[in-house]
Structure formats: C-alpha cells, structure tokens
Design a protein around this ligand. Structure first.
Ligand SMILES: C[S@@+](CC[C@H](N)C(=O)[O-])C[C@H]1O[C@@H](n2cnc3c(N)ncnc32)[C@H](O)[C@@H]1O
Length: 217
C-alpha cells in the first residue's frame, strides 16, 4: 500500500463492543422467536458467492474458513450445497454462540471458533482451500485506532492461512473492487469478479457491493 491510500472514517462498527452488544441481542431474539439475525448485505449477496463456490470448487471436502462468520449463514448455505469441511471464526464469542445455536440442528458438521483475525496465532488453523469474508474486512477497516495497521495484519494473516492453490473470496460494501484489488495486490492476484447488480448515477456505473476472488501470487 502507498501513502495515497485513503482510510475510511472510523465507526463503532469497527469495535468489539458494538458486535458483542449486537450478538447478545441476536441470541436473545433467536431464543425467543427463532430469528437467526442479520445477514449482512442481504441473502442475495451470500447466495451469489455460495453459487460461485458450488460451481467452481469441485472437491466438496475442501477446507473452508469463514472470517467473521457472524451467525454462520454463509457456512450453512455451503453445507446445504454439500460442503463438508467448514469452519467459522469470529472474534466475538457471542457470534460463535449464536452461530452454534442456529446451525446445530440442521448442520452439526460446521465448526465454530473464537478467533481474532488481526491478532491471534494462526498455527492452530489451516491451511484452507477457500478463505471467505463478507463484511469483516469492512468492519476491520472501520477500527477506531490504526485501521490501516489492522488491515495490513489481516491481509498478512489471510495470505498465511491460504493454501498455495487456494482461493480467497471477499465481499465488501465499503471498498470498490478496484480498491480491493489494490489493497491485496502485494500478496494476491485477481482471479475474477463475481457479478453483482449495478446501478447508474450521474452517468457513472457502480455496484453496492463488490465480490472479488483472489489467488495467491
Ligand atoms: C459486518 S459483520 C459480517 C458478519 C457475516 N460475515 C455476514 O456476512 O453476515 C462483521 C463480522 O466481523 C466480525 N469481526 C470484526 N473484526 C474481527 C476480527 N478482527 N476477527 C474476527 N472477526 C471479526 C464481527 O464480530 C462481525 O461478526
């Protein structure tokens, strides 16, 4: 990354406290009325990635990790498609508790673990053939202290946990596909962009969310 990189304005979404409070509420909603909680950027954005993985990853025993898995929705959908080696990690213990409760009955095959992707030691994890992120790099980019340092650590850790022939799939609403390609360019090269709905404003065409697939350099 060079000095011309701009950072996002920090936000409470970049803090552990925010997520802890959100998931405490979601656990109690789930217990009271079975509501599994938010799917960030909507079910369609998860579906597009799951569908891409279904069509492009032949071996359904490939080790898959979901970084910042939240309620585990993406992993449940991958299990529904026949993937068997699934691990969700989140730095928020309450997210892991929620994900376990939500998926336990239908998809007991999915494992969950409390893990801070910007801090914890990777030696107990991986390597993975698929590393998936939806909204977690976004949250990390909103960290109130040293967002850039946290982003850089995240990129380093993803590169270290990814198998030499593995793929890294990231969905973001805070960064454009060009920005993602630039951020990850030191260690990754672009494999493809998963098409997302486009909107046109003032003569410019853009997307609300970007889903980009990378392989290691
Ligand atoms: C926007 S939510 C996305 C949740 C889920 N991936 C989804 O698409 O519904 C961001 C998630 O990242 C988690 N998170 C944020 N920073 C993290 C970190 N450093 N390590 C692991 N998880 C983190 C939060 O607890 C939260 O569950």
């Amino acid at each position: 990354m060079d000095d011309t990189d701009t950072e996002l304005n920090s936000s409470e979404l970049g803090t552990h406290t925010y997520w802890q409070q959100a998931y405490i509420k979601e656990i109690s909603n789930f217990e009271e009325n079975g509501d599994p909680g938010d799917v960030w950027f909507g079910e369609d954005s998860a579906y597009r990635v799951v569908d891409w993985l279904r069509r492009n990853v032949e071996d359904k025993n490939t080790a898959v990790i979901d970084l910042g898995c939240g309620n585990g929705y993406t992993l449940s959908e991958l299990a529904r498609e026949g993937f068997t080696n699934l691990l969700g990690v989140d730095y928020c213990e309450e997210a892991v508790i929620l994900a376990e409760k939500v998926s336990k009955r239908e998809f007991p095959v999915i494992r969950f673990k409390v893990f801070d992707i910007t801090r914890d030691d990777l030696s107990s994890l991986g390597p993975f053939g698929v590393v998936h992120d939806k909204g977690t790099y976004d949250a990390i980019s909103l960290h109130p202290e040293d967002a850039k340092g946290h982003r850089e650590k995240y990129i380093e850790q993803v590169a270290a946990m990814l198998d030499e022939t593995g793929i890294f799939v990231i969905t973001s609403c805070n960064w454009t596909e060009e920005e993602l390609i630039k951020h990850f360019s030191e260690k990754f090269k672009l494999k493809c962009v998963i098409p997302t709905p486009q909107f046109k404003f003032g003569g410019k065409v853009g997307s609300m969310v970007s889903s980009v697939v990378f392989v290691k350099k």
